[in-house]
Design a protein around this ligand. Structure first.
Ligand SMILES: [Zn+2]
Length: 184
């Protein structure tokens, strides 16, 4: 089995090297997809302009935090009607443009946040090899649609304070034993 399959990397991404770096596992990954589509005109291009490295946090491997060193290419857009002459290859849904973590790590931290809270979630995530913070967990939860965010089991007033949200905000949380909105 290829290492890229073992790490459940999407098709087209290949592992070039793996190197322990302190407590982390650093993994060099390259994209071997033959072409990429211009985000503006959607036309495919295989003409590489250059490449650069993105550093992304990924889900842990064997309990160790993982850092991906992902080589990303830039392509020429050859569509004469398109104003974008050079574009960076997109690798969704594995990673979103400009993201510093993979989508699967984003979602894992989000799930931990929904099941716990900022402080508890941070401690749990650390135990299983995910670097995060109470503020990050709250931001992941707030990125959800309101109907999903209502699944949060317990959210302390300190958690909201980290996000700069007024302590006078109304907090509904039946699962914490509150039957009506409370003002803090
Ligand atoms: Zn284009």
């Amino acid at each position: 089995m290829e290492v890229s399959s073992l790490l459940s990397l999407p098709e087209g991404l290949h592992v070039k090297w793996i190197e322990p770096q302190g407590a982390d596992l650093s993994i060099g990954v390259v994209s071997l997809l033959p072409s990429s589509c211009c985000p503006l005109c959607s036309q495919a291009s295989s003409q590489v302009h250059s490449q650069y490295q993105r550093t992304l946090r990924d889900v842990p491997c064997g309990g160790r935090p993982v850092v991906l060193r992902l080589s990303v290419r830039k392509f020429f857009c050859r569509n004469p009607d398109c104003s974008r002459k050079i574009f960076t290859e997109r690798l969704p849904p594995f990673v979103q443009p400009y993201a510093q973590v993979t989508t699967r790590l984003f979602e894992a931290v989000q799930a931990i946040g929904l099941a716990t809270s900022g402080e508890l979630g941070t401690r749990l995530a650390g135990r299983i090899g995910m670097h995060t913070s109470p503020t990050t967990i709250l931001r992941r939860i707030m990125a959800l649609a309101p109907c999903f965010a209502s699944q949060v089991s317990c959210l302390g007033i300190d958690d909201w304070g980290r996000l700069g949200i007024s302590p006078r905000a109304q907090v509904w949380n039946d699962s914490c034993g509150l039957n009506h909105p409370h003002h803090y």
